[in-house]
Design a protein around this ligand. Structure first.
Ligand SMILES: [Zn+2]
Ligand SMILES: [Zn+2]
Length: 351
């Protein structure tokens, strides 16, 4: 079969022929109906040198995946061929306290994982191929009725990541509270919907791109403001003058972090989910009092079930542009050029 593989660090991925995977004991092979092209994959292609991460190429890209059960290994129960499933993408050891809660992103025994701190498309073969080997059946979450794999795939990362970040701030998002979403791309356009579906907070979306602001309004944002000279005042005005209870920074640059701190309310949360790598100086007078600043990484398996539940009920829906596997490299090119509205999803195996 064909697979889009990262062959070495600091290179573009290439479509090459690979062997079809065969499931071993406890493992499952999924026929991939959707594999999202994530901004973090561009970092994998551009930023890393050998030895910086505990894993490396070659591997097949694609860490947000859904499809149909294709073949199960010995010992797998409760899954049958043809069943639609989403793949929980962070593969931990499965046995430590965090993994037992389904928070495999924060596995405490990475040496016991299939690859330390990675998963399919992150050191191991991902979903940009017709078939994908999933090393343990626990990583598969059945799709709710009516939700197609191509719709579910982006939810496993672009949906799960903001869902996890929003969920931990729920107690601060009472009616009358304000949430600001900075960056309305793959994660941000889902963050807006998740906030509207799960809280009564007013939602303000921020982006530099007119298309992204239109998308934010379409997804239910109460205000969509273009980043410019008066952005801080405009956000504070929209937030009733007192700042935002949650700022969700889907970019993570030094500029967006500074904006986040400038518009946050005392006692609020500033949560960084974008990996642009910016920094925020913290000192007694530089940030609002009792502002909690945190990074979050991806989400838990139970939270993935919750995101899929929202999608199955029509409350959250990823805006996607689809590409056949043969054009997967083009999907990344357009993502890098800022030409994708919502999420680019590669479809290796059409329904
Ligand atoms: Zn990602
Ligand atoms: Zn673990």
């Amino acid at each position: 079969m064909k697979a889009l593989r990262l062959q070495q660090w600091k290179s573009d991925p290439v479509l090459v022929e690979v062997d079809e995977p065969v499931p071993g004991h406890g493992q499952v092979v999924v026929r991939v109906g959707g594999s999202g092209a994530c901004h973090s994959d561009l970092h994998l292609m551009r930023d890393f040198d050998a030895g910086q991460l505990p894993w490396g190429p070659p591997f097949t890209l694609g860490h947000e995946n859904a499809g149909w059960v294709h073949a199960v290994g010995a010992g797998v129960v409760g899954l049958e061929a043809g069943q639609p499933v989403a793949v929980y993408g962070s593969w931990g050891c499965g046995a430590c306290p965090r993994c037992r809660l389904g928070i495999e992103t924060y596995c405490e025994d990475p040496a016991g994982a299939p690859v330390p701190g990675g998963g399919g498309g992150l050191g191991l073969d991902g979903g940009m191929a017709e078939l994908m080997l999933v090393p343990d059946a626990r990583h598969l979450v059945p799709l709710p009725d009516g939700l197609e794999p191509v719709e579910a795939a982006p939810l496993t990362d672009a949906g799960l990541t903001p869902y996890h970040a929003v969920r931990r701030s729920w107690p601060k998002l009472y009616p009358g509270a304000t949430a600001v979403v900075i960056g309305v791309g793959g994660l941000g356009h889902l963050a807006v919907q998740i906030l509207k579906a799960t809280t009564a907070a007013q939602v303000i979306a921020v982006d530099t791109r007119v298309d992204a602001l239109a998308l934010a309004r379409q997804e239910g944002a109460d205000h969509a403001v273009q980043a410019g000279d008066r952005i801080t005042e405009e956000i504070r005005d929209a937030a009733g003058g007192h700042g935002a209870d949650l700022v969700l920074d889907c970019v993570g640059s030094t500029a967006t972090l500074a904006l986040g701190a400038a518009v946050a309310r005392p006692l609020g949360d500033l949560t960084i989910i974008g990996i642009a790598g910016g920094t925020l100086p913290v000192s007694f007078f530089s940030v609002p009092f009792e502002l909690s600043v945190q990074t979050t990484y991806w989400g838990s398996r139970p939270e993935l079930e919750e995101v899929l539940n929202l999608a199955g009920r029509g409350l959250v829906r990823a805006t996607t542009t689809t590409f056949p596997l043969e054009q997967a490299a083009e999907a990344y090119r357009r993502l890098e050029a800022g030409e994708i509205t919502g999420r680019a999803v590669v479809v290796p195996a059409p329904r």
